[in-house]
Design a protein around this ligand. Structure first.
Ligand SMILES: NC(=O)c1ccc[n+]([C@@H]2O[C@H](COP(=O)([O-])OP(=O)(O)OC[C@H]3O[C@@H](n4cnc5c(N)ncnc54)[C@H](OP(=O)(O)O)[C@@H]3O)[C@@H](O)[C@H]2O)c1
Length: 236
């Protein structure tokens, strides 16, 4: 069995990749940094560079007969009040949460259909189904759209089980970067709702996610993972 993890090098992505490894998958990974563990193949790429990513995905499609699992983990956000957003802020957030997944669906659809039991996961958060944070508007819009894109892909590709998994706030490198951006814009103001208190452990969340991923029979659903690793379905 073969799995492609887009964003499989560090933090939560590495924990998810480890869960696939222990289940016997051969791993293909994509990330900006080098992969620090054994993979079938690794490609260094920023998913925000659509042309480079498309070239890599075409290469993967031409060099493999089938793909059993696709995990789209990479994501991006930076806190900024919505009144100050620039076109570049919108474009970067869309490219790194949404556009790359659409490109992966286009380029890997046939490879996935070559597997007897193909599965796809996309990663969201509470902001995939809620609104209400003025500092994260492009991210909230992008994750809502990612949920819709995943559902649409599941509807169009009946053989492929594609689901969206909303993870809790976790102890990852990206969390600390986002927290720093909140602190920069707030200056002395205390940020509520975004403190390290009660951060979920990314190992526990990754195990729970991949356990569900390999056995779920549904497609086009959205699952919410709680900080203790429990999972509930919120759609379909
Ligand atoms: N952390 C949280 O609290 C939290 C909460 C809710 C949802 N999420 C979602 O969970 C997912 C993972 O986030 P995370 O915080 O866990 O991040 P992370 O662990 O810091 O990064 C996840 C993986 O994505 C790769 N990556 C990040 N940006 C990339 C880019 N532009 N191009 C290629 N690879 C990239 C990273 O590797 P490289 O650095 O090597 O590129 C890493 O392997 C995201 O979709 C995020 O929106 C996270």
């Amino acid at each position: 069995m073969k799995a492609l993890i887009i964003g499989g090098t560090r933090g939560f992505g590495k924990e998810v990749a480890t869960q696939f490894l222990v289940r016997g998958y051969d791993l293909i990974t994509i990330g900006r940094s080098a992969s620090g563990y054994k993979t079938y193949s690794h490609y260094t790429c920023d998913v925000g560079n659509v042309k480079d990513l498309r070239d890599i995905l075409k290469k993967i499609a031409s060099q493999n007969k089938s793909l059993d699992a696709l995990a789209c983990i990479a994501g991006f956000t930076r806190a900024k009040p919505s009144a100050e957003l620039t076109t570049a802020d919108w474009e970067e957030t869309f490219a790194k949460n949404l556009l790359y997944v659409g490109v992966a669906f286009q380029e890997l659809k046939d490879l996935l259909n070559g597997s007897p039991n193909p599965r796809v996961l996309t990663i969201g958060s509470q902001w995939s189904y809620k609104t209400g944070c003025d500092e994260l508007v492009p991210y909230i819009v992008a994750k809502h759209a990612l949920l819709a894109l995943t559902k649409d892909f599941a509807d169009r590709e009946p053989k492929i089980r594609a689901n969206h998994y909303c993870v809790p706030t976790m102890d990852t490198p990206q969390y600390w970067e986002v927290r720093k951006s909140f602190q920069e814009i707030a200056k002395e103001k205390t940020i509520t709702n975004f403190t390290p208190r009660g951060l979920a452990n990314s190992k526990i969340i990754a195990k729970s996610l991949v356990d569900k991923f390999v056995k779920t029979k549904t497609s086009g659903s959205t699952f919410v993972i709680t900080p203790d690793g429990k999972i509930r379905k919120i759609q379909k």
